[in-house]
Design a protein around this ligand. Sequence first.
Ligand code: C5P
Length: 231
Amino acid sequence: MTKLERIPPVITIDGPGGAGKGTISYLLASRLKWHLLDSGALYRVLALAAEQQSIANTDVSALERLAGGLNVSFQPDEGALGARVLLKGVDISQAIRTETCGNLASQVAAIPRVREALLQRQRAFRKQPGLVADGRDMGTVVFEDAPLKIFLTASAEERAKRRHNQLKDKGFDVSLRALFDDIQKRDERDASRSASPLIPASDAIQLDSTDLSIEKVFDRVMVEARKRALA
Ligand code: C5P
């Protein structure tokens, strides 16, 4: 196989919500000039589309069909540190960031047939020169062969604080206590589900970002990327 035919490399960034995955993934993809997959956004879009079509989160067949034909696209948007998310051409970037949507996403994400229906769509993001994939099961299921896997965590208190600040910046008014409770509930559901639970891959590097700045976390990931000749 020539160098040009080499399978595009992937760096996976998994972990619970609010650990800093989104920011680190964005910074990494920008620095390496690689593609970026925000897999959580796909589950959020699916949850929103299901809500718009009044599909119950118990109607597995309808959810599976919806996931398979989801008309979603991502457009680079540097101002928003990531991508604008479009559902049937309509910008839903803000609508999918609410806590309600996050909770609905975590419910539909627990359904194995839904996860299966989104698998190929996620793998299609793997293109040259490389991909940074942000999610829960990027290193354990979707890109099991990734040469660098990071599992990023932080205490639930710290994650609730970060989420609170993020939401405030976006103009959402949510109580810190409610966020903390939500985060714990969502972690519990994500970690205890049978399909692709939130667990570190056996070959993942675990980083606790509770007391680390974004810059420090980014530096550590870059060190690991250089060790593997990815950067
Ligand atoms: O990361 P984000 O908070 O946007 O993800 C929303 C929800 O989607 C998570 O709570 C999780 O249940 C689900 N998800 C998942 N697998 C992924 C990414 C997200 O199950 N790879």
